[in-house]
Design a protein around this ligand. Sequence first.
Ligand code: GLC
Length: 410
Amino acid sequence: MEFPSDRTAWFRDARFGLFVHWGLYAALGRGEWAMSRECIPWREYDPLLERFTAERYRPAEWAAMARDSGMRYAVLTAKHHEGFCLWDSKACEFNATRSAAKRDVMAEFLDAFRAAGLKVGLYYSLGDWRNPDWIKATHGDAPAEERFVGYTHALVRELVTGYGDLDVLWYDLPQNFTPAAWRSVELNAMVRSHQPQVLINNRALTTEDFATPEQHAEPAEPGRLWEACMTLNDNWGYCPSDTNYKSPREVVRLLAQVASASGNLLLNVGPDATGKIPDESQRILLDVGAWLRTHGEAVYGSQRHRMSWNTWGACTANGNTLYLHLMRYFGDGAITIGALRNDIRAATLLTTGQPLSVDRLDEHRWRFAGLPRETPDPLMPVVRLELDGPPRQDFHWQLGDADHFPVYPA
Ligand code: GLC
């Protein structure tokens, strides 16, 4: 698959990133839409500035947690729909330096994550509840729209000129405007003039670099770079009552699913107003990191390889190596693969390094035996096959053959 340039190389390898939703809403603890859904007036919302203390915010610890969880990049909500800016904005007073935190928490985030060797990105909500021009503009007030779009371009300019190299710019909430109204083409040309390496998502009503399926791990537009963004529990913003967390087992399955279709998983945490990432989120992510330390070669840099017509789960490939992600573990000591048009040089249980025996049952049907009865990894074991070339799987009806196999093309 061809992509525009090397700019995208890191993103094609990365597979796993951290999304951080952090803003004043964290002080309420009912998710990032609480203000809008509960119709909270500004006279009640403004005092949250005093509760946004960031007193336990240690960005180097966030970055270490992300790195130890096997993540390769991180995206922070520089501004969510509430309009609160996490940086020391000149164009917007409603910002973190005027909260109890009194710090540019975004600058600290970028520095810490870069220092930990991770790529960094910023989320920017185009929609804005704070600025009265936004809502006026959505009701057809042309001068308000003009002012608001100018405001948007000024804020984005601050992000792309004041904080060093950004790897991702992640827009959201473009609804109610047209690309022409946003002056999206001009906006992104300005962004790219300052940040030629940046990857821009598809949520400013222009196509740009990558697609962003939300809360599911299927690529919407085959052939395009893509990243699934998902919550770890059911909320993006801090919500302590929401304990509906995905298990580490579910997360590694999601990773296998996105990797098998050349996508990335941007998995979210919602720190509280003191800057603490919930313990449960950290525990889950670090468990996934431990799994990735053994199984990372089956995930990072994997190429699209959807051998979905199988009995165990997902496949990824890297050159002549094929990885079988055993989402279902049968416990009968063996696994059989059909319609594989390669010769197999070696089979290994990647999880333990143990070699597996290889039997050719038919011309294109292979069986690997020697797997333990009990699953060797409670999250998900992986089998590695060394082939004579890039994997090729080809099912077809063998018409006229008494032994034809009744399958459909995968
Ligand atoms: C949804 C949420 C929004 C969140 C976004 C992340 O659109 O409504 O709050 O930031 O997902 O993709």
